[in-house]
Design a protein around this ligand. Structure first.
Ligand code: 6GU
Length: 238
């Protein structure tokens, strides 16, 4: 996979050179390049923003630098615009993005990017406008980092242990069950007996129930209505 990131804060993306993406690069699964949007400005002040037509607060990112940047790096790519008005980023979208040959992250700042840039991008490749969640960040850089980390760990050949991908939170639509390791007793707190029983069927049933309980408690929106009713009934007698 090839990833290009276009941003006015290239230093913000330095962590991409480390840890997870770094490991994928070392394995030859991933090629990442971070570009400074100002490289595609022509004026003395390297201007990337201007006041909005129609008035209002804040500044809007100008179309010319973005147009040139995308022409240079985004032909044929899946182009991800990070914006709080995008579709929510989910594990399912992470899987979809992990199947693409070339991703380009266009990190917006200020009040957003001139809409014509998004329309132009759609003539170069496939556009996705993606949000991390229902809160506002100063810019899309952190979102690009988060999305990259979620995508890269799904690349075939990246994870040593395929089972940990299958069992983790969200893979089966439920939050993950609580986990324990040695010692069996710590600070007066014991690991649940069932996990020491060696009875794999009972352990699986316990974990499933814990996952459903947790999901009903914290993320009822993830449960189908029937499972929610059952899990809530269970919560009442807990
Ligand atoms: Cl992708 N960008 C910004 N600026 N804020 C956000 C976001 C993205 N996702 C959630 N909040």
């Amino acid at each position: 996979m090839r990833i290009d990131v276009v941003t006015i804060f290239p230093d913000y993306l330095a962590p991409l050179e480390l840890s997870l993406p770094g490991k994928a690069r070392a394995k030859g699964l991933l090629d990442i390049e971070v570009h400074d949007l100002r490289r595609w400005t022509a004026d003395r002040h390297r201007t990337v923003d201007d006041t909005p037509y129609g008035g209002g607060a804040g500044m809007v990112m100008k179309p010319e630098p973005w147009g040139q940047a995308l022409d240079a790096v985004a032909a044929g790519a899946t182009i991800v615009f990070t914006t709080p008005s995008g579709e929510p980023f989910t594990q399912s979208l992470a899987h979809e993005l992990s199947e693409q040959e070339h991703l380009v992250f266009a990190c917006g700042r200020y009040e957003g990017i001139d809409q014509r840039v998004i329309e132009h991008a759609a003539t170069l490749g496939t556009v996705r406008e993606v949000s991390l969640g229902d809160y506002v960040l100063n810019g899309g850089e952190v979102a690009a980092l988060a999305i990259t980390e979620a995508v890269v760990r799904l690349l075939p050949g990246f994870m040593g242990n395929a089972e940990s991908l299958v069992e983790e939170s969200h893979a089966d639509g439920l939050l993950e069950y609580p986990v324990y390791t040695k010692p069996a007793s710590w600070n007066g707190r014991d690991v649940p007996d069932v996990l020491l029983s060696g009875d794999h069927a009972r352990i699986a049933a316990w974990r499933r129930e814990q996952a459903e309980r947790r999901t009903a408690d914290r993320r009822p929106d993830l449960l189908p209505a029937t499972a929610l009713v059952a899990a809530l009934a269970d919560l009442d007698v807990r």
